[in-house]
Each structure stands twice: as structure tokens, then as C-alpha cells.
Design a protein around this ligand. Structure first.
Ligand code: TXA
Ligand code: MG
Length: 350
């Protein structure tokens, strides 16, 4: 458990307009006082994030909703009651006094009540809202453990609260409940709370949309929906099981050519994150033709475990200078929606 002294120090740093990284149940956030424009500006600078991209404000409980949002619908309250504190972010029409730098000049604000005990203790002691984008460099993988924050933001974060490994490991589900302009609740970013769970609370099967394409929501800005995001530096190649063999054969040719022309090292050059057990053909290929060049890692079969491990694993693999991280596509099952979304973004190239 975190010491009270740590929380007190974090509050002091925040009150002085500086930055504190803090754990949440999803990923680590880069916190600053959401009512202090200079402090919020530092967040954009630290992350190298374009200024017009809006930030999530973290609050201690839904009792503070009215300090930030207006026109709060009955549906929004149902969702807040059901999922807060927890890994869901709700987008409301903002109150006029909310700083433009927080919302990217939009008339909406994203709010979340995290359930991680350290985040809860921090918000309670701070007594106000904290902006909290993921504590990573813009477009890189979100940090799910303290060292990852240090690796990305060492020079730009004033204090880091260590809360261990994040339980969920993927960013929150974001739902627009602002009702403008006459928009039904819409999932802007899938997370581990699924569409069915949300519909279950709203009890209106047809009234929730999953925005599939940035074109669907051109009047709002959601950088997490940009094509490339949550991406390691190493090239990621996402393939269905039926294409693994052909893809690896092709990649191995390129790698072998490079090794012979550059006299490269003996380290394996490609890594495969397998989802299904290898079929007979692949097993044979791994025993023979692939053995020298390709590392294989078997991924967990439950979405919950897959999500929990994914970002740490990708960060780790990114240190090892593979030519390519080949990832077997996850099942087309609702529990994997958020993982599919992040894998697609990690494998997109601008
Ligand atoms: O799990 C999470 O949500 C983490 C933890 C730290 O809370 N935070 C996080 O923040 O992922 P960030 O900034 O990396 O992603 C927030 C997303 C961005 O894609 C942003 O565009 C969107 O929320 N967002 C923020 N305000 C918005 C608004 N008013 N309307 C629509 N989208 C908004
Ligand atoms: Mg982020």
C-alpha cells in the first residue's frame, strides 16, 4: 500500500503547477491540476502531444460531475452509477469555465472516476480534477508499470506514484453522452468494458453506436482513433492464422538477405505472438525452416489476461531490436474488441 507521505508529496507537486504520474486500473496517467492552464500546458509539452487534442479529467466521484459538466442526461447518470469508479470515460457538454486547453477548444469534456486505490487517494487529497492522459510519449504504447513512465518521461515528470502493475492494461472505454448534436451514446474508443455491458445498463439495444471510423465522428477530435497509435517502434505485422506461414516465409527471406549482406548477429530477428496453438504445418516449419530466425511467444487465451500483458510485452520486445513483431489476430469475439482495436492501430503505418 502506498504511504500517505507519498500522496502528500504528490499533492504538493500538483498544487505548485507541476506534473505527477499516477497509476490507474487501466494505465498510468500524467496528472496536472485541470484548473491551472500553465500546468496543463506542461502535460502537452512532456508528451509532445498536439495542443488541440483534448484530455480526460479525473475526478474523485460522480458527486463532482456538476463542477465540470452540464446537460447531464439520465442515460449518462445510469452509466456513471454502473461503472464508476472504474475503467470508463464519459464525454459530456462542458461547463463554460472549463479551460479550453483541457478540451482542445471543444464544447465537451471527458470525465473519469478511476478505481485504483492510489488514484482515489490522490484525488481525495488533492480535492479537485486532474487531467490525466496516458503517461507516455504521443502515439507510443501506454505505460502499465512505473518503469515504463520513467523510460518515456523521466525528464519531464516531477514525481511518480508507484502503484505496481495496472490491473487492466488497456485504456478506458470512452462513451460520448454529450447528446450534441442529438447524438445517441456512442463508443468513441472501445475498452475492456464492452458494448453489451453498456447496452445492458442502458437497456436499449439499438441506441448505442460504436464509431468505427474517424469519418463517423468528424465533428469531434479523438486522437486515440487516429490510424497509428499505441504503437511500438518496431514494425508490427498483424496476420490471421491462415497467413502466418506465408508471412513468416516472406519475412525470413528478407531477413536472411539482410543477414548475409550485413553479416548480422545470431539473435533471432522476428518474433511471433501466437494466439492459437500452432497447427501441424506450422509446428513442422518451426522445427525446421523457422527455428534459427523466429522466436515464438504464446499469448494468453483470455481477453482479460491478453490485455493485461500486451503493452508490457510490446515495450519489452521493442528493446530487443527485432526486424518485425508478427502478431496473430485475436478472435472476433466481443471480449477482444478493444485488443483488436489496439493491435490494428499498433500495426498501422502512417
Ligand atoms: O484509461 C484511460 O483513459 C487513461 C487513464 C490514465 O485514465 N487515459 C487516457 O488518456 O488514455 P489519453 O489522453 O491518452 O486518451 C484520452 C482519449 C483521447 O483519445 C482523447 O481524444 C479523448 O480521450 N478525449 C478527451 N476529451 C475528449 C472529448 N471532449 N471528446 C472526445 N474525446 C475526448
Ligand atoms: Mg494515450
Amino acid at each position: 500500500m502506498i504511504e500517505i507521505k507519498q500522496i502528500e508529496k504528490a499533492v504538493k507537486v500538483l498544487k505548485s503547477g507541476c506534473l505527477v504520474a499516477f497509476p490507474t486500473e487501466t494505465v498510468y496517467g500524467l496528472g496536472a491540476d485541470a484548473r491551472n492552464a500553465q500546468a496543463v500546458l506542461k502535460v502537452f509539452q512532456a508528451k509532445n502531444r498536439p495542443h488541440h487534442h483534448p484530455l480526460i479529467v479525473h475526478i474523485e466521484s460522480s458527486a463532482e460531475l456538476h463542477c465540470w459538466a452540464q446537460n447531464i442526461s439520465a442515460e449518462a447518470l445510469l452509466l456513471a452509477d454502473a461503472f464508476w469508479p472504474g475503467p470508463i470515460t464519459l464525454v459530456f457538454k462542458k461547463r463554460p469555465e472549463v479551460l479550453d486547453i483541457v478540451t482542445g477548444g471543444q464544447d465537451t469534456i471527458a470525465l473519469r472516476v478511476p478505481r485504483h486505490p492510489v488514484a482515489q487517494a490522490l484525488l481525495k487529497a488533492f480535492g479537485g480534477g486532474l487531467v490525466g492522459p496516458s503517461a507516455n510519449l504521443y502515439t507510443y504504447l501506454s505505460p502499465t508499470f512505473m518503469q515504463a513512465v520513467q523510460d518515456d518521461l523521466r525528464h519531464d515528470v516531477d514525481f511518480i506514484l508507484d502503484g505496481g502493475d495496472c490491473e487492466i492494461g488497456l485504456e478506458s472505454t470512452i462513451i460520448d453522452v454529450s447528446g450534441v448534436p442529438m447524438r445517441p451514446p456512442t463508443i468513441l474508443r472501445p475498452g475492456m468494458i464492452t458494448q453489451s455491458e453498456i447496452e445492458g445498463v442502458l437497456k436499449k439495444r439499438n441506441r448505442i453506436d460504436l464509431a468505427k471510423d474517424i469519418k463517423d465522428i468528424k465533428d469531434i477530435k479523438v486522437p486515440g482513433m487516429h490510424r497509428v497509435h499505441y504503437a511500438p517502434k518496431t514494425q508490427v505485422c498483424l496476420v490471421e492464422q491462415s497467413k502466418i506461414s506465408a508471412t513468416l516465409t516472406q519475412l525470413i527471406k528478407q531477413v536472411t538477405t539482410q543477414v548475409t549482406t550485413q553479416g548480422g548477429s545470431k539473435q533471432k530477428r522476428i518474433v511471433l505472438l501466437a494466439f492459437n496453438p500452432l497447427n501441424e504445418r506450422l509446428s513442422k516449419q518451426f522445427a525446421n525452416q523457422f527455428a534459427v530466425n523466429i522466436e515464438i511467444i504464446q499469448m494468453p487465451s483470455l481477453a482479460r489476461d491478453y490485455a493485461h500483458h500486451l503493452y508490457r510485452l510490446l515495450r519489452n520486445l521493442d528493446q530487443k531490436q527485432y526486424e518485425c513483431i508478427v502478431i496473430e489476430m485475436v478472435p472476433n469475439d466481443e471480449s477482444f474488441t478493444a485488443i483488436r482495436d489496439r493491435l490494428l492501430k499498433a500495426s498501422a503505418r502512417s
